[in-house]
Design a protein around this ligand. Structure first.
Ligand code: AMP
Length: 584
């Protein structure tokens, strides 16, 4: 496939504000591709060259991009910089210079998707002495043969600034439509994706082996599974009403680890499926010693003060997520893993088995272990007993509990009622914090205008439509430094119009690509005609007195934000509380 065809599709996607149109555009592109090319297209759409777990990340700095532009078009670096200041986008600078280029290179060859992908792959994997120079040459090589529109994307992709607003769910529906003839096959494609977290691979498999191929896909040790997620409840009664007799586990406030072991080899993946293996030598040693040839299991890692036996707060535990100074940190903050699920053991996939059985297997494997031990758990059908367990967890500094449906399978990549979290609450605030996606910012008036940012427009995620719906303007909770920092972060991902996956009535001064998730709290959830979250034709939902708590979360992507349905549930529960209080 010619890269020109892909560049034209990118250009169309950029100006589309309807998700259905995006799916159609992508589906017709996929229809004209073979499996291998489709795989590459999927990665490029995701701004990558390989699945996240491989650790192969495509990324170059602005300096390198400017040097490549300067060399390819024979212009001074200072001119490139000046143009960049003016246009604010190096992709557009390359496009304009390419259009000005008077003389085409003598042996100019039209670019193919294969060649562009291959150069990007080499850029992503180049390392060590001479690698900067190699990256530069690979980029110049592409620019030399690129038409203006192609040049725009050849620069934007490795800079991580593709900004098409295409999410995984949109790609999945387009693939289902192109290869299987209907978007209704989304769940099949999604299931395969959830098991291997590699959408490029799933695309290729779909082309080559069809529906049966993806339906028969299983777990592979060493390749992460997309994690199961929890719904939230407001009370122990609600959990018992939904699940009846259930298990409840302590909810540890650390970070999630998915551990794979095959013989002597161990991998540890994050909630976002990044490979974190090198960060946790203490957990690796403990995993190696487990009595299993092959195993895939999951748990929450938390730092423990070995003198007192107490858990360290999250701020300390998170110190362990680092690439350097690993061995010092592992002495200072030893990690313990509280395992809560098992998905695979000695060649057998366990995810279809009920929780009760999986848990029994997990406990068997972890018998008498300390570093990796099963999470604390009770089983009950009494709301009082559940409440007492919750209280005891909170008293010991834990976050709350996660209740589990005894009969449910492990549902990868989805937020279902088979796992229900109940978190500690604070008076005068919502019972839980909300993870929102930043959609744009306001420049601010008065004192705030000196920072260039007065507040942010934020939204929640609607998985059915794969879109982001606004829920609040947040201007509180920022320190002055944070305002400055936030503006820098957001300017880097600014876009010229409302992204296609964002649904909003409000217009911020600057729209941004939905990328960053930040945690907020509020006094309550109210109904409002200004916001699109949960819109029923006349009103949506909004946060009253929202304020940020914490900073941009690097463990959550935009699709991991709180969902519209969760907001509606929280609203209902809050109303329920108010009504019963009034009645009393
Ligand atoms: P949240 O991030 O608030 O949606 O809560 C879900 C997260 O709680 C999971 O992704 C895990 O990282 C964490 N967690 C802690 N303890 C448990 C447990 N016993 N079972 C399941 N998840 C747990």
């Amino acid at each position: 496939m010619q890269f020109r065809d892909l560049a034209r599709v990118f250009d169309r996607l950029e100006s589309t504000s309807s998700r259905l149109e995006m799916i159609d555009t992508l589906a017709s592109l996929f229809s004209s591709a073979d499996g291998k090319t489709a795989r590459k297209i999927v990665y490029l759409l995701q701004g990558r060259v390989a699945a996240p777990y491989t650790g192969i990340e495509l990324g170059i700095g602005e300096k390198l991009a400017m040097a490549a532009i300067s060399r390819a078009y024979g212009v001074d670096i200072s001119d490139v910089e000046r143009e960049y200041k003016e246009k604010g986008d190096l992709g557009l600078v390359a496009e304009a210079l390419s259009a000005n280029k008077k003389q085409m290179t003598l042996f100019s060859q039209p670019l193919t998707v294969d060649r562009v992908y291959s150069n990007f792959y080499r850029i992503a994997t180049a390392s060590g002495y001479g690698s900067q120079d190699l990256k530069l040459r690979l980029l110049v090589d592409l620019l030399n043969d690129a038409e203006p529109l192609e040049a725009r994307y050849i620069i934007r992709i490795p800079l991580g600034k593709l900004r098409l607003g295409v999410g995984d769910a949109t790609i999945i529906e387009a693939l289902a439509l192109a290869v299987l003839g209907s978007r209704d096959y989304r769940p099949d494609v999604e299931r395969a994706y959830n098991l291997c977290s590699d959408l490029g691979y799933v695309a290729e498999l779909l082309y080559e082996k069809g529906l049966e191929g993806i339906r028969s896909m299983g777990i592979v040790v060493g390749i992460p599974i997309r994690p199961a997620l929890a719904q939230r409840a407001q009370s122990a009664e609600e959990i018992i009403a939904r699940l009846g007799r259930c298990a409840a586990e302590a909810k540890y406030d650390g970070f999630r680890c998915q551990i794979h072991k095959k013989g002597d080899q161990v991998w540890i993946f994050s909630r976002r499926m990044e490979n974190m293996t090198d960060m946790f030598p203490d957990l690796i040693a403990a995993a190696k010693a487990l009595p299993a040839d092959t195993i895939v299991f999951e748990g929450e890692a938390i730092a423990v003060n070995e003198n007192t036996g107490e858990f360290y707060p999250f701020q300390m535990t998170i110190q362990r997520k680092r690439k350097y100074g690993v061995s010092e940190a592992s002495k200072e903050y030893p990690l313990y893993l509280f395992a809560f699920d098992i998905m695979y053991l000695n060649g057998e996939t366990l995810i279809e088995r009920p929780y009760r059985e999986r848990r029994q297997i997990l406990e068997g494997i972890l018998r008498d272990r300390k570093r990796i031990q099963p999470s604390e758990k009770i089983e009950t059908d009494s709301a009082d007993e559940l409440e007492a367990f919750f209280e005891s967890c909170v008293e010991r500094g834990l976050e709350g509990i996660v209740a589990k449906d005894l009969n449910a399978p492990y549902i990868a990549g989805a937020r279902k009622w088979s796992w229900i979290k109940l978190k500690r609450s604070y008076r005068g605030e919502l019972s839980d914090t909300i993870d929102v996606v930043i959609l744009g910012y306001y420049k601010g008036r008065g004192k705030r205008s000196q920072f260039g940012l007065g507040g942010i427009l934020v939204g929640v995620y609607d998985p059915d439509e794969d879109s982001f719906k606004t829920i609040a303007k947040v201007g509180s909770g920022f320190t002055e430094e944070q305002l400055v920092e936030m503006k820098k972060l957001l300017d880097d991902i600014a876009v010229s119009h409302r992204p296609a996956r964002v649904s909003a009535f409000l217009e911020p001064d600057v729209w941004v690509e939905p990328r960053y998730v930040i945690t907020v709290t509020a006094d309550e959830i109210t109904r409002s005609p200004n916001h699109t979250a949960g819109w029923d034709g006349s009103r949506g939902y909004a946060l009253r007195f929202p304020r940020i708590v914490g900073w941009v979360r690097d463990d959550k992507g935009p699709e991991d934000a709180t969902t519209v349905q969760e907001i509606i549930d929280m609203y209902k529960d809050q109303k329920h509380v108010q009504v019963s209080e009034n009645e009393a």
